[in-house]
Write a protein that binds this ligand. Structure first.
Ligand code: ADP
Ligand code: ADP
Ligand code: MG
Length: 646
């Protein structure tokens, strides 16, 4: 076994690898960019070295720098994690040329599976069923359109170099083909520097079921399947193992095909064979087709660990160190059911917009495995994937594992950034999902019902107002002390961008009437704390003027200081602020101009996306505070409107 390994990654997966290495007595070397100095993975590792500026291209993607650090630290092997350089065959070759071991497959196995067209051709030859379609060299638009006609609509255009759902377009009708091809190509060129595409039959009622494989270069086994059908824009949201409704016959057929695929390329290490399944008629052994192979550890590997009891990172280290596969196929257990939910800093009602922020509060309940790379006080920066944690639950049955997931999500507390927590919890309560009736269109179809109403109930506004007014902690009445002067405070809270006026009237130390617009909420305090209209106060966190309640949509309230012009401006819709750090691409208005509600004022580019900023109301531009080309911080004022006379 290795004495010391370098982990060429960051965040959650770097922490995950360090934990297993430590348990095996293997020393760990972490690397970090300037944005990650002091990050959790840096603190956990035995040693850590800086590798450059925050941008991945300047740090985590600098293969030669990583190899130099490994040699300097005396590491014998490099674990790439996932993302970054994990599927880069040139990096594998450079690692090996430096006399180090790459913990993963050979460069040639990665190359064989790197492009979707070549991989499909190879799998076809190995007798693995592939999605019917065209994956040849002729990239002439007319030829591709002809192929689509032959395959029959709907079809899917896919970038051969694709990943992360990019460069993919579903086309329902022949007349839409040319435009879809253009846009898929454009996206592929920008994202992968390769605009070649393939055409596939779009599978009806599609389910994404993948098989975990493991090879030692001689032999290969599978560790059963994972169902990753709950997706949003082709990205996985909640994964589970085993797949609901899986039959012994289908499992055997899929497992056998996956092992055949791994053996065809002499596979060494952990890999995933992704299949698309036509579930319009239930799960049938002749209705699954190879989509692609991911030649690395997968984000969702913990669900497989939960149902098999196997530590996949331990297997990766053992196989890379030259040991044979630790178990034969029949020895691999399958026990119970597991789920994983990906908790992200993102604004769900705003179209799942990635978010940033400093996590002022972060607490998870017991009863779930939490894989996370951040702690309370850490920042979700715009440079990397905005994942906060993976929440994993296991149980003897699917129903119990799912109930544990709902409970874990409902009791997770995150403040300092918007998250998809409420959305995930709503998804676990979805009747179709609970029944195991999943397909990749489920989320999109039922999106409205899964997105929580951002307007909180009066009782929650009342709790936030009591806390904000500083009266929640008023001393309890002392025995014999009867003189109590009633107190009244007015506060303005900003919630979901709307100002809420609240009056708090403390009529006794343990009683308050809280007027939230036209509703009065009665608050009473007993030995267990405050109750609002009889309901117990929900957990909350306060950071400066911001209060987050951990209930339902986890509403955030900002106490507006009446003396603070910026606060008042924001509350009245006077200020248009940058929702996240980014680059101002364009400003469309000038001082003195009249604007209408919803009018486009500026464009901000952040996290590889363009965000249009619009006027919150009709008005006149008082000041333009940013210009095209400016790099701005989150919350920076870009445009100010004149005070609204009405
Ligand atoms: P899956 O989510 O199925 O494992 P993906 O290929 O979509 O597979 O991505 C794996 C993960 O790797 C992503 O969720 C992301 O966290 C990470 N990742 C992928 N590409 C990058 C990148 N360029 N920089 C940082 N992280 C990345
Ligand atoms: P990526 O490399 O971006 O992960 P994949 O080929 O794995 O690309 O496809 C991503 C997702 O797109 C799948 O998980 C599935 O939801 C959907 N998809 C892919 N191929 C098909 C198909 N032929 N029919 C229907 N849906 C598909
Ligand atoms: Mg995929």
């Amino acid at each position: 076994m290795f004495k010391k390994i370098l982990i060429a990654n960051r965040g959650e997966i770097a922490c995950r690898i360090i934990e297993t290495a430590r348990a095996m007595g293997v020393g760990t070397v972490a690397v970090y960019s300037e944005a990650d100095a002091g990050a959790r993975h840096v603190v956990l590792a035995d040693e850590a070295f800086p590798i450059g500026p925050p941008q991945p291209a300047e740090s985590y993607l600098k293969g030669q720098t990583l190899i130099e650090v490994a040699l300097k630290a005396g590491a014998q092997a490099v674990h790439p994690g996932y993302g970054f350089l994990s599927e880069n065959p040139d990096f594998v070759e450079a690692v090996e040329a430096a006399g180090l071991t790459f913990i993963g497959p050979s460069a040639s196995a990665i190359r064989a599976m790197g492009l979707k067209d070549a991989a499909k051709a190879l799998m076809e030859k190995a007798g693995v069923p592939v999605v019917p379609g065209y994956h040849g060299d002729n990239q002439d638009p007319e030829h591709l359109a002809g192929a689509a006609d032959t395959i029959g609509y709907p079809v899917l255009i896919k970038a051969v170099a694709g990943g992360g759902g990019k460069g993919m377009r579903r086309v329902a009708r022949a007349e839409d083909f040319a435009d879809a091809l253009d846009s898929a190509r454009g996206e592929a060129r920008t994202a992968f520097g390769n605009d070649a595409v393939l055409i596939e039959k779009y599978v009806e009622k599609p389910r994404h079921i993948e098989v975990q494989v493991f090879g030692d270069g001689q032999d290969a086994v599978h560790l059963y399947e994972r169902d990753c059908s709950l997706q949003r824009r082709h990205q996985k949201v909640i994964e589970e193992a085993p797949a609901p409704g899986m039959t012994a016959e289908m499992r055997a057929a899929m497992g056998e095909a996956a092992v055949r695929a791994a053996k065809a390329i002499g596979y060494k290490g952990a890999g995933t064979i992704e299949f698309i399944v036509d579930a319009s008629d239930g799960l049938r052994a002749d209705r699954f087709w190879f989509m692609e192979m991911n030649t690395r550890l997968q984000v969702e590997h913990p669900v497989t660990e939960a149902v098999t009891g196997i530590d996949l990172v331990e297997w990766q280290l053992r196989v890379a160190a030259g040991e044979p596969l630790p178990m034969t196929q029949v020895q691999i257990p399958l026990k119970g059911h597991a789920f994983e939910a990906r908790l992200y800093a993102e604004d769900v009602p705003k179209g799942f917009l990635p978010a940033t922020g400093t996590l002022t509060h972060l607490e998870f309940p017991t009863g779930a495995r939490i894989d996370s790379g951040v702690r309370a006080g850490d920042t979700i920066s715009p440079f990397y994937d905005p994942m906060i944690a993976k929440v994993i639950t296991h149980g003897p049955t699917r129903e119990i594992a799912l109930a544990r997931m709902t409970r874990a999500l409902e009791r997770s507390e995150v403040a300092g950034s918007v998250t998809n927590l409420t959305f995930l919890a709503a998804l676990t309560r979805h009747a179709g999902f609970a029944a195991g009736d999943v397909d990749t269109g489920l989320i999109e179809r039922d999106l409205d019902g899964l997105i929580a109403d951002p307007v909180p109930e009066p009782r929650l506004v009342a709790q936030a107002a009591l806390a904000a007014s500083g009266l929640m902690a008023a001393p309890a009445p002392m025995a014999g002390f009867t003189l109590w002067a009633s107190l009244e405070r007015s506060v303005t809270l900003l919630c979901a961008e709307a100002p809420r006026q609240v009056t708090v009237r403390l009529s006794a130390a343990d009683r308050a009437e809280i007027v939230v617009e036209d509703r009065t909420v009665i608050a009473c305090r007993d030995a267990s704390g405050w109750r609002f209209d009889g309901a117990r106060a929900v957990p909350m966190a306060r950071a400066g003027a911001r209060i987050t309640l951990f209930s339902g949509a986890a509403p955030v309230f900002d106490l507006v200081d009446p003396l603070d012009r910026a606060g008042a401006d924001a509350a009245g819709g006077n200020l248009i602020e940058a929702p996240m750090p980014g680059l101002v691409k364009a400003v469309f208005v000038a001082a003195g101009e009249t604007v209408a509600e919803g009018q486009r004022l500026a464009i901000l580019e952040a996290m590889k996306m363009e965000h249009t900023l619009v006027a919150a109301r009709d008005g006149v531009v008082a000041e333009v505070l940013a210009a095209a080309g400016d790099q701005v911080e989150a919350g920076a004022a870009l445009v100010r409107l004149e005070e609204d006379e009405a």
